[in-house]
Design a protein around this ligand. Structure first.
Ligand SMILES: C[S@@+](CC[C@H](N)C(=O)[O-])C[C@H]1O[C@@H](n2cnc3c(N)ncnc32)[C@H](O)[C@@H]1O
Length: 426
């Protein structure tokens, strides 16, 4: 087998990142775009000693769970790898990927409860990031094609809530109408609050917007309660154009404010079940260490139950939201710091439980080891990447923590992404 070869392959199963696994001549071949049970023709891109990578050229015989993708953009848009798979089969595949990730990391699953919760496939997304390119002076807004940098013009993404879709349409028309002054726009960040009224957009630009263009833009985006722009590079300031850039989400214990540039969970439909699942392993905990706490989605309910909470968040926008959202709770410390830098403070906290919700890179050995040096006996680990979750759970196991339950929540239907809440004890 060599790059450029065309091969016919039987896909045995799906693996993480939306690829199908086949075997040819004793070598594993990962095929982008292939689904479990497919017979495909694929073009070999890379050949390594133990495996090869190939791109799908044609489905010769579809697997039994293939379907006509509901979204018109599915054939090109790289956002929704699993659109052509029946939804129940998507859930089964994600469950298999999670189990395989843990098995490969040698995390035993005997006696571990494994639950799966699905999501509506449409209208769930209340945060979105769209790329913008300019073709002959006309804006193209959308997502990248799978495995390429080509931008797919996505006129209507069915994942968006109706409010976010309306906001995206308004910004699209405004970019077209004010193209001369807006050609520096490269990306668009959109968010909607759970109150149904707050909606904000941020234009990421490589050259500053002039004030006249900015105010004409604001007039063309009436459904935004907040609008602003931000230059390129990490830490570039947010420049307000109109309204306030905050999104408001009512929760059982108060209204959470989050800046449109703060992290906030993207699936509004599963927010309640995510919160309940993440907090369940900590029932009765008195002193809780919360790491990667964002704007305080989990901190707020923890504040109403625990005697003391230390919530650590590194991003300035989210940390400012957390301070605002938790100001009424004197027993909650909302700390702005990198988790790894905060670790020397943990011994003093006499914590009995911890909740972690790291980004895709996971917590990593340094943070896991520091956590293990505390008195924490119960851990809820919320993860958006099964491979880094498996790595961190294996390390927690070395420190004497046993895995009690796993709950896969499909916060990202039709994509290969998945959320998992793991409960551990020692
Ligand atoms: C997956 S989000 C979870 C946020 C929150 N738990 C929620 O559900 O809204 C991860 C958060 O960790 C923060 N973060 C990433 N790396 C960090 C680090 N090294 N130290 C502290 N916070 C970090 C991000 O800014 C983000 O807010």
């Amino acid at each position: 087998m060599k790059p450029g070869d065309r091969v016919s392959l039987q896909i045995e199963k799906g693996v993480y990142r939306g690829r199908g696994l086949a075997r040819s001549g004793g070598r594993v071949v990962f095929v982008t775009g292939a689904l479990p049970g497919d017979r495909v023709r694929a073009r070999v891109d890379k050949v390594k000693r133990d495996f090869a990578e190939a791109a799908l050229e044609a489905v010769e015989e579809p697997g039994s769970a293939r379907r006509e993708p509901p979204c018109a953009h599915a054939a090109r848009c790289g956002g929704c790898t699993y659109q052509p798979l029946e939804y129940e089969a998507q859930l089964a595949l994600k469950r298999d990927v999670l189990v395989e990730s843990l098995s490969r990391a040698r995390v035993p699953l005997d006696g571990v409860d494994l639950a799966v919760t699905g999501s509506p496939e449409e209208g769930w997304r209340w945060r979105a990031r769209l790329h913008v390119e300019w073709e002959a002076g006309r804006p193209v807004l959308g997502f990248r094609e799978e495995g390429s940098h080509a931008l797919v013009d996505v006129e209507r993404c069915p994942q968006l809530t109706p409010g976010l879709a309306r906001l995206a349409d308004e910004v699209r028309s405004a970019l077209a109408a004010e193209a001369a002054g807006l050609r520096g726009v490269e990306e668009l960040r959109l968010g909607e609050g759970g109150d149904g009224a707050s909606r904000a957009a941020v234009l990421n630009v490589h050259r500053a917007l002039d004030p006249q263009t900015a105010s004409r833009l604001a007039a063309r985006v009436p459904s935004a309660s907040g609008l602003g722009w931000q230059g390129a590079g990490p830490g570039a300031p947010f420049v307000r154009i109109a309204g306030e850039p905050y999104l408001f989400t009512p929760r059982p214990h108060g209204v959470l404010r989050s800046h449109v540039l703060s992290f906030f969970q993207g699936n509004g439909a599963l927010l309640d079940v995510l919160e309940a699942t993440a907090l369940a392993p900590l029932a009765g905990a008195r002193r809780v260490l919360e790491l990667y706490s964002g704007a305080g989605l989990f901190t707020l309910p923890l504040a109403t139950r625990a005697e003391h909470v230390r919530a650590v968040e590194g991003a300035p926008w989210a940390a400012a939201d957390a301070r605002h959202n938790l100001a009424a709770f004197g027993h909650v410390q909302a700390i702005e710091a990198a988790v790894e830098h905060d670790a020397p403070e943990w011994a003093r906290g006499r914590f009995d439980a911890a909740l972690l919700d790291p980004p895709r890179a996971g917590a990593g050995p340094e943070v896991v080891d520091a956590l293990a040096r505390t008195r924490v006996a119960r851990v809820a680990y919320v993860s958006c990447d099964p491979t880094t979750l498996a790595r961190d759970l294996a390390r927690l196991r070395e420190h004497g923590f046993a895995l009690r339950s796993l709950h896969l929540l499909d916060l990202f239907p039709d994509t290969f992404h998945m959320e998992t809440v793991a409960a551990l004890e020692r």
